[in-house]
Design a protein around this ligand. Structure first.
Ligand code: ADP
Ligand code: MG
Length: 680
């Protein structure tokens, strides 16, 4: 029975989502796994088959069925045989519902199990009383078919749920269990768990990559579609990163292990998806409240129906049958599943397209976004700076200026820094030693070279420090829309370095898509105004903010929110983190810094701004599906409840409890199928 208890609890997670989550965190519940679900499907099937077989003799022995089919079969003690068969169906087939009834009452959360439990128990006890002499008409066959249909409904529904969460299971299946370890010149196959960072593994053509790692030998194209949604295979050569779960193409690779097991990117994605499925959802709260309300309506509606018919007709059996049908049909079953099923489908759909949803409610808010604020460097542009010009302002020549700047920038992770270092390397310039290096966020860097204080800073820094006249000498470069930094030695400008970045092709389309959806596109950058204006005009942005210091980025977001806009921030850097937190929806893009990812609600795996539009579209579609499902789940009660109560009895329309159960199950199946139809 332990098993049944587990099953029942799991099964309920839809109806009592909130409650269950609290429980799930405290006990290390393994319920959410595939095999538990599978076991539950099996259990309902077993109980259904057993009950259905016993239902056949119950039907044959029931006088009303005999009358309907026009034959007669009577023998002494027939009623006792009927009673014994029905008791078996009630106890074995009804067991999951009876157990659920007790459980729900204990938690003071009456839900559908209470309804079904009360309905079948009423029918059973009343019929039992009649067998032992109480006057009236038993309804054994109605009881048996009701239980059959309920079990069948649960069985089908469990299978649909299983299908909806299958996408996640498919991701888990991507991880291979063994790897070819290269050790002392030979290849041995070992379980993936035994690998350690630093080990080297061989990946043969067509195999799955077993670990996150670095290619050290070989060339191949690798398909990362299941992880990033990028359908084209990606070329990999020594020095490139590969991720566990990706499929190797035509070449063979030697990979040095960097991360294994739970640390791998894919495992973390799976963890994220699971958490997102469990995290609070406003729509789910709404559904839970509606389900509770419906239970109350069903119980009191059942009682009321009984009383009304008792008064009108004075037939206990008839009144009870109507009451039972009302309770069965009003089961908030579909309602409990309406939202969780859509959540499961949409989160896995998101993950497969390279969007990781970290905060479910933020994702739900994404459908209402009115403005998207993009960071410029690395988000709208490629963030790959090339040095284009060097202006001399003091005694040093161009190469000396570049060399000094590169010496400092070698210690910075900024895209500008990388551009300067690359340029110095290309010209074969060596680097000087740097002491006391310091980053000036949003302004530049500083450090001591040969005892002199050297700085590489923004035009803004010059203005703030009364050196605006030097900007004149680089004015022509700024006007060309280039990024310009100044190299200072002991506070005196030595020269300026101009760099150019490239706008991503995808940015243009992203802006067009967002505008089409009625979302304003805004850019936020620490770079100078001329670059900002140029990029903004190129992309057709609605607004831009330039020379914004890191702490001001969050303030700009706040001001936009004060204008009444619902704002998303899209960024990648450490300096974007406060703005990501301030925004209604924070979106970290690409291989952003860990800080940005930690601050974001949604992480886009690819460096593609078009995915922002796709996320908003998915959020809108998800919401629409949820609303459709809520409508399906509640709407049918509007006509089914009065029908069940026997309102149309006078014109000859009457529902039996089993037909009520079939209708109730049908609405659940519709909801499950509708959820699976969600597409991007
Ligand atoms: P963004 O908003 O484009 O990511 P940041 O806030 O990181 O820009 O930087 C703003 C400006 O500060 C840059 O345009 C540049 O002028 C200057 N800056 C920042 N970091 C560096 C650096 N490492 N070297 C030189 N200049 C820098
Ligand atoms: Mg940036």
């Amino acid at each position: 029975m332990n098993n049944a208890k587990n099953n029942h609890r799991h099964h309920d997670h839809g109806v009592h989502g909130k409650h269950e989550h609290a429980g799930r965190r405290s006990e290390p519940v393994k319920e959410h796994k595939h095999h538990d679900h599978q076991a539950m499907v099996e259990e309902y099937k077993r109980r259904f088959v057993f009950s259905a077989i016993l239902t056949v003799p119950i039907l044959i022995l029931s006088p009303s069925i005999q009358e309907f089919l026009g034959f007669k079969l009577e023998f002494p003690g027939q009623l006792y045989v009927l009673f014994a068969l029905s008791t078996a169906v009630y106890l074995y087939g009804g067991w999951p519902f009876l157990l659920g009834l007790v459980e729900e009452l204990r938690r003071r959360m009456p839900g559908m199990k209470v309804l079904i439990g009360v309905a079948i128990s009423t029918a059973y006890l009343y019929s039992g009383l009649i067998v032992f002499g109480f006057p009236g008409k038993p309804f054994f066959w109605e009881l048996a078919t009701l239980i059959d249909i309920m079990l069948l409904g649960h069985w089908i529904e469990m299978k649909s749920v299983l299908g909806a969460s299958r996408a996640l299971e498919e991701m888990v299946k991507l991880l291979p269990s063994t790897a070819h370890l290269l050790k002392n010149g030979s290849v041995i196959d070992v379980p993936v768990e035994e690998l350690k960072p630093g080990d080297r593994v061989l990946v043969k053509p067509g195999e799955k990559i077993p670990v996150d790692g670095l290619v050290v030998e070989g060339r191949s194209s690798v398909n990362e579609a299941m992880l990033t949604g990028e359908s084209k295979p990606v070329e990999k050569k020594p020095g490139d990163n590969v991720i566990a779960g990706a499929i190797n193409g035509e070449g063979s690779l030697v990979v040095e292990v960097t991360r294994t097991g739970a640390d791998t990117y894919l495992s973390q994605v799976i963890e994220l998806v699971k958490k997102a499925q469990e995290s609070r959802s406003r729509t789910q709260d709404l559904a839970n409240r509606a389900a509770f309300l419906l239970t109350v309506i069903a119980l009191s509606g059942g009682a009321l129906t009984f009383l009304a018919w008792q008064l009108l007709k004075g037939d206990v059996a008839f009144a009870l049958e109507r009451a039972v049908t009302v309770m069965v049909i009003a089961c908030p079953h579909a309602l409990g599943l309406a939202v969780p099923l859509v959540v499961a489908v949409s989160t896995s759909l998101a993950a497969r397209n390279g969007f990781l949803i970290r905060q479910r409610d933020a994702f739900e808010r994404a459908r209402e976004l009115q403005a998207v604020v993009f960071d410029k460097t690395g988000t709208l542009t490629k963030g790959e700076f090339g040095v284009t010009d060097i202006v001399v302002m003091g005694a040093h020549d161009k190469e000396q200026i570049l060399k000094l700047a590169a010496s400092l920038e070698a210690k910075s992770e900024h895209p500008i820094a990388q551009g300067i270092v690359r340029a110095a390397e290309k010209r074969g310039l060596g680097l000087e030693d740097v002491e006391d290096f310091k980053a000036l966020p949003g302004r530049g860097v500083e450090g001591k070279v040969n005892g002199r204080l050297v700085r590489v800073v923004s035009p803004g820094y010059l203005e703030e420090n009364g050196m605006a006249e030097y900007l004149e000498k680089a004015k022509h470069l700024l006007e060309q829309g280039k990024t310009v930094v100044f190299v200072l030695e002991d506070g005196k400008p030595l020269g300026a370095i101009a760099l150019a970045d490239m706008i991503r092709d995808e940015s243009r389309e992203a802006v067009r898509m967002l505008k089409e959806m009625g979302v304003k596109c805004i850019m936020l950058t620490g770079d100078n105004k001329s670059v900002a204006r140029w990029v903004s005009e190129e992309l057709g942005l609605d607004e831009y903010y330039a020379e914004v210091l890191p702490h001001e980025k969050a303030e700009v977001i706040k001001r936009l929110q004060e204008r009444g806009l619902r704002v998303a921030m899209v960024g990648d850097g450490i300096n974007d983190a406060p703005a990501l937190v301030q925004a209604d929806v924070g979106i970290a893009i690409g291989a952003g810094t860990d800080v940005a990812i930690e601050s974001a609600d949604i992480v886009l795996v690819r460096n593609d701004p078009r995915d922002v539009a796709a996320v908003i579209r998915l959020a809108r579609k998800t919401y629409r599906k949820m609303m459709e499902n809520l409508l399906w789940a509640t709407g049918y009660n509007a006509f089914a409840l009065p029908l069940a109560a026997g309102v149309l009895y006078s014109v000859g329309i009457l529902l039996t409890p089993a037909v009520g159960a079939a209708l109730m199950s049908l609405s659940t199946v519709i909801v499950a199928i509708n959820a699976r139809l969600l597409k991007l």
